[in-house]
Design a protein around this ligand. Structure first.
Ligand code: AMP
Length: 211
């Protein structure tokens, strides 16, 4: 199996689809956003350093994220989905030089209009206990406020899913992603999917591509 790089704006469904592929295709999933939030939750030195950066919607320094990513993936054990990394062209190169090496890979671009993204993100809720993600408009939990997966009642709105920060995250994304997409496109590795389709249809598109 090829390694997969998931590209797309915050809220385009990368994390949700990655979780489906973990179940159906046995991929490993590594999300730099989840790793950083984990460090903040644990109160590690790195967590304390990056807390305010995440709250502002800006990007954490490339080297810090790279080190965290390296410590949390081992490609010799199976294929990975990289979710949230790379965010800029420098990170694309770091990923190739320090992690992908000779492994074969493709980049999947979750394309979606900005207005749909903002609408989706403000409705996103995350489980504090197990990280499951819901959307109160499009993918609500079966019981209001209760996580389907772990049964906890700690569904919350991430600080950076509030509208003002979302706009900032979109701006950061828009300013950095162009060269990344171009990089994979010119290398013949880019697969584009319409991420505004219903979740199941996006999954079908992905599975069709993976064969
Ligand atoms: P995400 O969950 O992927 O939307 O990431 C949440 C936040 O974590 C981002 O707004 C950034 O502050 C930080 N972050 C996640 N991945 C990266 C990355 N590859 N490079 C820099 N910052 C990142």
């Amino acid at each position: 199996m090829k390694q997969l790089i998931f590209l797309g704006a915050p809220g385009s469904g990368k994390g949700t689809q990655a979780k489906v592929l973990v179940e159906k295709k046995n991929y490993n999933h590594v999300s730099t956003g989840d790793l950083l939030r984990g460090e903040i939750k644990k109160g590690t030195e790195l967590g304390q350093k990056v807390d305010n950066v995440l709250k502002s919607g800006d990007l954490v320094k490339d080297e810090l994220v790279l080190e965290l990513l390296k410590a949390n993936c081992d490609l010799s054990t199976g294929a990975y989905i990289f979710d949230g990394f790379p965010r800029n062209i420098e990170q694309s190169k770091l990923l190739e030089d320090h992690i992908l090496g000779d492994f074969d890979y493709s980049a999947v671009y979750f394309n979606m209009p900005t207005e749909t993204l903002v609408e989706r993100l403000t409705a996103r809720r995350t489980c504090k206990d197990c990280n499951a993600v819901y959307n109160i408009k499009f993918l609500p939990p079966k019981q209001d406020g209760i996580c389907d997966k772990c049964g906890g009642n700690n569904l919350f709105q991430r600080d950076d899913d509030k509208e003002e920060v979302i706009r900032k995250r979109m701006e950061v994304y828009g300013n950095t992603i162009g060269p990344v997409l171009e990089h994979y496109k010119s290398g013949g590795r880019l697969v584009e999917i319409d991420a505004s389709l219903p979740m199941k249809e996006v999954t079908e598109e992905l599975l069709g591509y993976l064969g």
